[in-house]
Design a protein around this ligand. Sequence first.
Ligand code: FAD
Length: 351
Amino acid sequence: MEEPSSSELAEKIGLKTRAQMPFYDLIIIGGGPAGLAAAVYGASEGLSTLLIERQAPGGQAGMSSNIENYLGFPSGLTGSNLARRAVAQAIRFGAEILTPQEAVGIRVDGPYRIVKLRDGTEISCHVVIIACGVSYRNLDGVKGIEKLTGAGVYYGASMVDALSVKGEDVFMVGGANSAGQAAIHFAKYAKTVTLLVRGDTLNKSMSRYLIHQINETPNIRILLNSKVTEVHGENRLEFITITNTQTRQLQTVPASGLYIFIGAVPHTDAAVGLIERDANGFILTGQDLMQNGHMRPRGWTLDRQPFLLETNVPGIFAAGDVRHGSTKRVATGVGEGSIAVQLAHQYLRRV
Ligand SMILES: Cc1cc2nc3c(=O)[nH]c(=O)nc-3n(C[C@H](O)[C@H](O)[C@H](O)COP(=O)(O)OP(=O)(O)OC[C@H]3O[C@@H](n4cnc5c(N)ncnc54)[C@H](O)[C@@H]3O)c2cc1C
């Protein structure tokens, strides 16, 4: 084949990019942990289920070299292994998976939700689960980072991650509130937390109350005008090299963890114009949609409130990292994907 498109190549090697049927009970957009869990639960509970994934099933988790905090795998497992198992499980229950195929739009026609694909075709369904995840802005220009991402170097961090760095020296990259909050939380467990900030002040990017708390916490150090330029370690992070952007001075210091908070971008293009999102593009669901804490979302016509993971359009749900306020972890994505299916059943019982 000469310069084939991804879909031509996919068809040649036997992947499916076209749906077998024009209508499904459930269409899931995104094949990361949240979408795959929804496919397993949807198909196993009798819903005709179609999952659309634009790259390869696994999502961000598929890029992880070792997921160590997923229940039931005490020595960890690779993201690709987890994705392979989940795909096999979803297919065994009868879910159909289109990949590589991209959803580019969603519209509503009475009780039907219609998903438009990149190739121009449209597929209808009763329920859509949007599980499109996020992309993290890459920390560019750091030597060795690809090898150690997932092994001491992480994009984002959850509360429980702090427990794994008890008595260690850890570093946070970023000068916004997310980095500040993480620094304060990690400082309760780590020996030292160092905040690496490119700019010459935190005042422009971080809330004053956080700056105050950081200043009051003796084991948090702030390094301004600083960036990581190299990470070192055989199988896991051991040292990092920090460059002072003004003096060009380098220092290589021991580091057990490097947590990067330079922003996540949600994949919500397909939902634009229909689904309500927050200022950063994350999808609002359930209680977060209520105006002034009690009024139903604009245009909402049902006499019930939106379900927990339901968007402002009844029968369209969001799960995983793409959702406003989500905890960005594999297990929470899996949990939300399976809860979204339960809510889909509740929705279907009422239509
Ligand atoms: C390198 C790395 C390591 C990590 N390690 C861990 C770890 O050890 N433990 C842990 O708990 N968490 C880890 N995480 C976080 C975890 O992977 C994510 O929280 C989780 O993958 C989120 O799942 P998700 O299904 O919501 O979204 P994603 O995993 O982002 O999946 C979304 C999927 O949707 C697809 N998609 C997007 N838009 C469209 C569209 N329009 N049409 C079709 N498909 C679309 C994308 O291609 C993607 O495959 C890691 C993340 C990274 C980046």
